[in-house]
Design a protein around this ligand. Structure first.
Ligand code: BES
Ligand code: MN
Ligand code: ZN
Length: 484
């Protein structure tokens, strides 16, 4: 089996485009700044760009690519790739990343292993943001989905990225590279099928992904889980021959304040058949990605530790396989979670909120003061926001706003949905504290309301990534499969 991704070597340089000893020079183009570029490169590739624009072959629109031959005289590269971004004021963090991934994908397709990015188009980003985004994007673009193909030796990877800039941004490129690696590490786990990635295997592989200086890992097995009275997690795991696990990762640097602890909680259902409330077979194979939230929080903690951020943080990942075995949960069963709350399980396919209930409780138990959970939680969020946008829920509002700002900077689309108390009536059970499946209306909101009952009084946010964890079609800026 070959590697699912390669980490290209990364260099920063103050050299000019024509001096770069690479296969391809990438020049980002804002639609309204193309004339500046044709003037700047008037003696070399400017005329080729100008004539492509004149012919309408290239307009500088978002993620358009134009490949031209580099001048044989005075240039060391063989190709120049122009990548469009639309008007400069529209080049956000997300747009900029799309430009970089698109260019890197194009370079891979054209087998141009050594590439350089000319830091000529700022968009709306600072020099540091640009350096980080380019490094991250080139690593993310160097991912390959074919690791289980027995004949797949033609995968072509970028080997070197040169960031050509006048700014001192080397640390930022290193950060970008680390974030890209963390994203790819999560994608490797998410792409793995259920037979390869059981809860026990996921615990080991996720701990390995997070094995960087500063992180301590513990894996709770079914006995430790029972000792903690995690009846919700144990209930979901009952229908499977594979025992559940809880991965606990902690990062407690000496230079961090001790009064605030970030608790990241991720859904780790390694396969979701629905259990006795079984899913239709059409598309069920996709449910191998039902641990994407768990993989994401592990990758996030890895990045936090690698950047040595001055905060205390932990990642808690409850893991189980949701299967309809002989001992499986039955609709109508009542479970008691570790927090003491009882739940009437009227639908065994609403399993994510069950295991997260115990996970959120445990994060608080371990000292988390600020919670964020990430989960492929509801089909309803795909109906509401499609496969474009992650659903965001939480309280209090300043905490939610922090997360929105961070997502914006990272080039991620989130949209907040409400948690009005009125929705709580839907969670009422006649015989237990609450129901796990309150029906179709506002399915994503009621799922979040369920989680809120386990999140305590402190700041908490919930990201429903059921629509965004997996890309059904490949795009120039986004490969098929796990998005990370
Ligand atoms: N893992 C699914 C949610 C999901 C659906 C993710 C589609 C990705 C694509 C989750 O466990 C689930 O089955 N949710 C149910 C909840 C319902 C029974 C209340 C759903 O959304 O149908
Ligand atoms: Mn389910
Ligand atoms: Zn699920």
């Amino acid at each position: 089996m070959h590697s699912p991704y390669a980490v290209p070597g990364l260099l920063t340089t103050r050299a000019e485009a024509h001096e770069l000893d690479v296969d391809a020079v990438v020049i980002p183009v804002a639609q309204d700044a193309a004339a500046d570029l044709t003037a700047r490169y008037a003696a070399s590739v400017g005329p080729a760009l100008a004539s492509a624009i004149e012919r309408g072959e290239f307009r500088g629109a978002p993620t358009e690519v134009l490949t031209v031959q580099a001048p044989s005289q005075g240039w060391r590269a063989s190709r120049v790739l122009f990548v469009g971004g639309g008007p400069r004021r529209d080049i956000s963090s997300e747009r900029f990343r799309r430009m970089a991934v698109t260019a890197a994908h194009a370079a891979r397709t054209q087998r141009l292993a050594r590439t350089a990015w000319i830091d000529a188009e700022p968009g709306t980003l600072s020099p540091v943001e640009r350096a980080e985004a380019v490094a991250e994007s080139f690593v993310v673009a160097n991912f390959d989905n074919g690791v289980h193909k027995s004949r797949h030796d033609d995968a072509f990877f970028l080997r070197q990225v040169v960031f050509a800039t006048a700014n001192d941004v080397e640390p930022a490129t290193r950060t970008g590279l680390q974030i890209g690696e963390a994203i790819n590490g999560a994608r490797v786990l998410i792409n793995e099928p259920g037979n390869y990635l059981t809860p026990a295997v996921m615990a080991e592989k996720a701990a390995a992904l997070a094995a960087v200086p500063g992180i301590t890992a513990e894996i709770l097995d079914e006995k430790a889980i029972a000792a903690l009275n995690m009846g919700l997690l144990l209930g979901v795991a009952r229908g499977s021959a594979e025992p559940p696990r809880v991965l606990v990762l902690t990062y407690e640097p000496a230079h961090a304040p001790t009064d605030k602890v970030l608790g990241l909680v991720g859904k780790g259902i390694t396969f979701d058949t629905g259990g006795i409330s079984i899913k239709p077979s059409d598309g069920m194979e996709r449910m191998k990605d039902d641990m994407a939230g768990g993989a994401s929080v592990v990758a996030a903690l890895r990045s936090i530790a690698q950047q040595q951020l001055p905060i205390r943080a932990m990642a808690i990942v409850p893991m189980a396989e949701n299967m309809p075995g002989g001992k499986a949960l039955k609709p109508g069963d009542i479970l008691t979670g570790a927090s003491g709350l009882t739940v009437e399980v009227n639908n065994t396919d609403a399993e994510g909120r069950l295991i997260l209930g115990d996970g959120l409780w445990y994060a608080r138990q371990r000292g988390a003061t600020h919670l964020i959970d990430v989960a492929t939680l509801t089909g309803a969020i795909v109906v509401a926001l499609g496969k474009i946008t992650t659903g965001l829920f939480g309280t209090p509002q300043p905490w939610v706003d922090h997360i929105r700002v961070a997502a914006d900077r990272a080039g991620e689309k989130l949209w907040q949905l409400p948690l009005f108390d009125d929705y709580k009536t839907q969670l009422k059970s006649d015989i237990a504290d609450m129901l796990n499946s309150p029906g179709r209306p506002a399915g994503s909101v009621t799922a979040a309301m369920f989680l809120k009952e386990f999140a305590g009084e402190g700041p908490w946010a919930h990201l429903d990534i059921a629509g965004t964890a997996w890309a059904e079609d490949g795009k120039p800026w986004q490969a098929k499969g796990a998005t990370g």
